[in-house]
Design a protein around this ligand. Structure first.
Ligand code: FPP
Length: 261
């Protein structure tokens, strides 16, 4: 299993990761938090390569949340610097592997040098068709939902959108995640069991996997084991087992009181 996944395993189409634990990893070794982030960036490289080699089509990484702006300035600057380094050092390899880079969140919030490096990475990898690597930058799940609602309200007020047109698909088109399918597997390292404002709308039916290891300890084998565990789950999307197995039909939406009347 070290080098790849058995061909029979069901592969999640979209894997999202909350990369937590860089600071604790560093502290436990007597290092600065920033060194934990640098080691975390190395784990990012391995995770991206392993995901693309094993048929994952979408990998989304929580690189910087809207809440992370509140961290000490030196740490924020170091993270912004690591993003520039990642964009510059990895772009050739990403393009060569057919990996397209995408961003969710508010890229305009980032310092100019980081924004330009990420924009360049997006342009440089735009033709990649093997995997979409999405970096969540200055991202907040609630903010993304609220901004979509606000933009739809403005359009509705201007008569450009009819309220009855707004369903889940239509709403999603107005979010920064509009290019992404729903999340199949959401992994969080660092031992906490919360989703911390990550992909709230898109993870409605995601399998959740909380790992006790710190992000810099995440190895290719960790991802392969997570994919294998996912492959063994039955995803029912609110239905019953026999329906998802195709043994019983799926009913059209029909509330019970209407069935009885
Ligand atoms: C959470 O760990 C991690 C972050 C806020 C930043 C994640 C950034 C990286 C993995 C490196 C740069 C990213 C890319 C894409 C090159 P934490 O600092 O909250 O850890 P702690 O809970 O132990 O303090």
């Amino acid at each position: 299993m070290k080098n790849g996944i058995n061909g029979l395993v069901r592969i999640p189409r979209h894997v999202a990761i909350i990369m937590d634990g860089n600071g604790r990893w560093a502290k436990s070794r007597g290092l600065e938090r920033i060194e934990g982030h640098a080691e975390g960036a190395r784990a990012v490289r391995d995770a991206v390569e392993t995901a693309s080699r094993n048929g994952i089509q979408y990998l989304t990484l929580y690189a910087f949340s809207v809440a992370n702006w509140a961290r000490p300035r030196a740490e924020v600057e170091a993270l912004m610097g690591l993003l520039v380094e990642f964009a510059q050092k990895e772009r050739a390899e990403l393009r060569q592997q057919g990996i397209r880079v995408n961003v969710i969140g508010t890229l305009e919030d980032l310092p100019t040098a980081t924004r330009h490096a990420v924009e360049d990475l997006i342009r440089y990898t735009a033709e990649g068709d093997r995997m979409t690597l999405t970096l969540a930058l200055s991202y907040g799940g609630r903010q993304d939902i609220v901004e979509a609602a606000r933009s739809l309200a403005v359009r509705a007020k201007a008569g450009l959108v009819l309220p009855e047109e707004i369903d889940e698909t239509f709403f999603h088109r107005h979010m920064t995640t509009h290019e992404l399918p729903q999340v199949d597997l959401l992994i969080r390292t660092g031992g906490e069991t919360r989703v911390s404002d990550f992909l709230l709308f898109e993870s409605a039916y995601a399998e959740l996997l909380f790992l006790p290891i710190m992000w810099p300890e995440f190895r290719p084998e960790t991802l392969l084991a997570a994919i294998e565990a996912y492959g063994g789950k039955e995803r029912r999307f609110g239905m019953i087992s026999e329906q998802v197995q195709g043994l019983l039909p799926i009913q059209a939406f029909d509330p019970l009181d209407r069935i009885q009347s």
